[in-house]
Design a protein around this ligand. Structure first.
Ligand code: SAM
Length: 285
């Protein structure tokens, strides 16, 4: 992403969550009451005006975004019930889980890690929305291109604690060595029962084997957003990929699994979930 520019993709994703959250309770897949407040007026107007075209051109992307937020929310809910002591949100963008999940309060330390330019904008918006920042959330500005997660230690991260790491909508923008470095940090620096949840794009979507308009648009706009897609994992290889990096109990959900899990009943109008992405939860071995 661009050095001094807050992430445009993070704002676009907040917009997708805001749109999903505006649906009636029985029809929405995820719910984030704060999401709309992170979207600038110009993006909201532009996004609404071009939504029909974008969804015809790239069907299933909004459905994937809603489903991945819900998948992660479900794992966070389970993690809280299982007694996680730390939550680390990597590339947090305008993720509001630290403020939506009341049961984290007093039970788990929360770390939000993000590029300094995005984090500055988020903190200013949170101060407006919440009045003041919760004392149990620690903001850690990191540029993954030049810094490592070791910075967490100086901010109170405890490697002995049971931790859930959320990495939503980030891996595809990173270099392969940055992805490996993050997974190595998690595998080597977290307590028993710790786990990670993240989504990824199939490598075939990046090398052109799988043709997808969504990918073409993201690449076309990379000059504006500074966030081009660069890292993918081969379809069907996630178990091997994570096992080699110190993880087990790997639960992968592809587009079919997400559709089956979340688009039933009133949601069945959504016929497709974008086929180029998947999401996975894995435990540190
Ligand atoms: C697509 S957004 C996802 C935001 C959030 N996780 C969500 O799902 O709403 C990508 C996030 O990765 C962060 N990011 C991208 N490149 C980064 C880098 N080099 N260092 C740190 N964060 C980065 C951006 O600031 C942004 O918050």
């Amino acid at each position: 992403m661009k050095r001094n520019q807050s992430s445009l993709t993070a704002e676009g994703i907040a917009m997708a969550r805001a749109l999903e959250s505006s649906k009636p309770a029985g029809e929405r897949v995820c719910y984030d009451p704060y999401a709309r407040q992170f979207v600038s007026s110009w993006l909201w107007i532009l996004g609404k005006a071009t939504m029909g075209y974008a969804t015809r051109r790239s069907p299933g992307v909004l459905e994937f975004l809603a489903a991945r937020t819900r998948f992660i929310d479900d794992y966070l809910q389970c993690g809280i019930a299982d007694g996680i002591q730390q939550l680390v949100i990597l590339g947090a963008g305008f993720d509001t889980r630290a403020y939506r999940f009341e049961r984290l309060r007093g039970h788990a330390k929360v770390f939000e890690v993000d590029h300094p330019a995005t984090q500055r904008v988020k903190i200013a918006k949170l101060e407006k929305i919440l009045g003041n920042l919760p004392s149990d959330v620690t903001f850690v500005p990191i540029d993954f291109r030049s810094e490592t997660l070791d910075k967490l230690f100086a901010r109170g991260y405890d490697k002995r604690l049971k931790t859930l790491i959320i990495w939503e909508g980030v891996t595809m923008y990173l270099a392969a060595d940055a992805v490996d470095a993050t997974l190595a940090f998690v595998a080597g620096n977290s307590g028993a029962g710790s786990s990670i949840v993240f989504d990824y794009i199939y490598r075939a979507a990046l090398d052109g084997t799988m043709k997808e308009n969504e990918v073409k648009s993201m690449q076309r706009w990379r000059g504006v957003t500074g966030e081009g897609l660069s890292f993918g994992i081969a379809r069907g290889r996630i178990e091997e990929f994570l096992a080699q990096r110190g993880f087990e109990n790997i639960v992968n959900a592809d587009s079919d699994a997400l559709k089956k899990a979340y688009f039933a009943g009133a949601n069945q109008k959504a016929r497709v979930v974008a086929p180029v992405y998947a999401i996975v939860h894995a435990t540190v071995r």
